[in-house]
Design a protein around this ligand. Structure first.
Ligand code: NAD
Length: 476
């Protein structure tokens, strides 16, 4: 906070390894007064320093942050595996290395971006004028983040927000305070980022997030989390008419067309669906398969899920580790019960894996026999639980995929790529993968249609979320 590492006025709270339930240590537990001071520091840094206008300095600072995090990559990798329960293989991608590397893209963007556009002279209403359009930072950003991909989400907010010239108060999820605290430590100790520009406020209390959404000194709230909380954030931010940028939940469809290689598609759907125990907003959790090949698809998918299993996140081969907390495990188990009440059956899984007495575990699970209007098929479960549904051709598959309050992501697999691409274009979602294509990248905008969010993260579109537009006309 304000360039210094300070204890929380609320004391400290424990952070726990979800694979073992072992207490890893404690994090500073900030109070409402701490949050107040953090917002004041961010406000001061924005209003009273040259941070917002010195583009070259910001680009340099972002590169220092990237280098500082890279130097601590080994320590951060172990921390991420232990605090998040993230499988080791993912830390070489979206759980750590990719978002750290992506900071370079935002540093380059600061230097390449057209901050000013000259519209030239005109004579509106007979008054000769020279018009310019200037892009500038919004001000103080309140960044509120979840626990599932903490580095990716923290850095996908810090990177563009800082590149644009904003100052930031980052409030991470109570389950993963260390991942954010280390970023704060690197900023304070290894970069020239001025005091107050980034404040990382860890807390066990969700109320500190709500405080950020209400405070009139905060200009923009950049929130990633559940749709239910997103609604509260938007309502609360309305009091001071802040800009809100929301990345929310999903229930994305994996569409297998009738000309697809069924074995390859269903095996991939199993792998994609339970990566990080299904704790990804963009994970495809509804598998839509041709009705005439439904039973075969169930057999392939269930076989693949059973083979992948749930395992120790420290192991290089693990795809599906634990879920984050006992609370989250209970929530998932509630959906498993609901699925059975609604007439569903488990083609594999459906409970806790044998032999894991410590930690928060759910077996990779495939639910059959539901319709798209049952709760387990409609709502975000956020665990290694997939629902398989039959479709009657491309139009029906599109209809089922789009019959959802969410619109975050999706996938289409088919033999004829032009046809698969055509189906992809009809999905009402912010991203779509065709035949295994990966849309993730610093330059690729990511975000949701419908109740999956407002705005885009990453890419130039994501950067521009953090900018204001000012038009200046000079009388000539
Ligand atoms: P959550 O909504 O419970 O919490 C997210 C953050 O909001 C936490 O930091 C929390 O402390 C804070 N918070 C809670 N109540 C608040 C309030 N009233 N006002 C302000 N802040 C508040 O979500 P979670 O359980 O941490 O994360 C899982 C959810 O995040 C899933 O729904 C998932 O789909 C979603 N998610 C979305 C994306 C995306 O980019 N679309 C990415 C990752 C996760």
């Amino acid at each position: 906070m304000d360039g210094r590492l300070v204890p929380g006025a609320g004391g400290a709270f424990e952070t726990i390894n979800p694979a073992t339930e072992e207490v890893l240590g404690t994090a500073a537990d900030a109070s409402a007064d701490d949050m107040d001071r953090a917002i004041a520091a961010a406000r001061r840094a924005f209003d009273e320093t040259g941070w917002a206008t010195d583009h070259a300095f910001r680009a340099r600072c972002l590169r220092q942050l990237r280098e500082g995090l890279r130097r601590r990559a080994d320590e951060l990798r172990e921390l991420t595996i232990q605090e998040v329960g993230a499988p080791r293989f993912l830390t070489f991608g979206a759980q750590l290395d990719a978002p750290v590397d992506d900071l370079a893209w935002f540093a380059d963007l600061v230097e390449d971006y057209a901050w000013e556009r000259d519209l030239g002279r005109a004579e509106p209403m007979g008054m000769p004028s020279h018009r310019r359009v200037v892009r500038e930072a919004v001000g103080v950003v309140g960044a509120i983040t979840p626990w599932n991909f903490p580095h990716q989400i923290n850095l996908a907010k810090l990177g563009p927000a800082l590149a644009a010239g904003n100052t930031v108060v980052l409030k991470p999820a109570p389950d993963t305070p260390w991942c954010a605290a280390v970023v704060g430590e690197v900023i304070a100790e290894e970069t020239d980022i001025p005091p107050g520009v980034v404040n990382v406020v860890t807390s066990s209390d969700h109320a500190l997030g709500a405080q950020l959404t209400r405070d009139p000194r905060v200009d923009l709230v950049s929130f990633t989390g559940s749709t239910a909380t997103g609604r509260n954030v938007m309502a609360s931010a309305a009091g001071t008419l802040k800009r809100v940028f929301l990345e929310l939940g999903g229930k994305s469809a994996f569409v297998v067309l009738d000309d697809a290689d069924l074995r390859a598609a269903c095996s991939y759907a199993a792998f994609a669906g339970i990566t990080h125990a299904g704790q990804g907003c963009a994970i495809t959790t509804r598998i839509l398969v041709p009705r005439e090949r439904h039973d075969e698809a169930v057999e392939i998918t269930a076989g693949a899920l059973a083979k992948l299993g749930a395992g120790d996140p420290q192991d290089d081969r693990t795809i599906c580790g634990p879920v984050i907390s006992a609370r989250q495990r209970e929530r998932i188990e509630g959906y498993l019960e609901l699925a059975v009440e609604d007439g569903g059956a488990f083609a594999c899984g459906g409970g806790r894996p044998e032999g894991r007495d410590r930690g928060f575990w759910i077996e990779p699970t495939l639910i059959t026999g539901l319709t798209n209007d049952s709760r387990a098929a409609r709502e975000e479960i956020f665990g290694p639980v997939l629902v398989i549904l039959p479709h009657d051709g491309d139009d029906d598959a599109v209809r089922i995929a789009n019959d959802s309050p969410y619109g975050l992501s999706g996938a289409v697999h088919g033999g004829d790529v032009a046809r698969a691409r055509g189906v992809a274009r009809r999905l009402r979602t912010g991203t779509v993968s065709v035949n295994g294509g990966v849309w993730y990248g610093a330059d690729v905008p990511f975000g949701g249609y419908k109740q999956s969010g407002i705005g885009r993260e990453m890419g130039v579109a994501g950067f521009e979320e953090y900018l204001e537009t000012k038009s200046i006309a000079e009388g000539v």
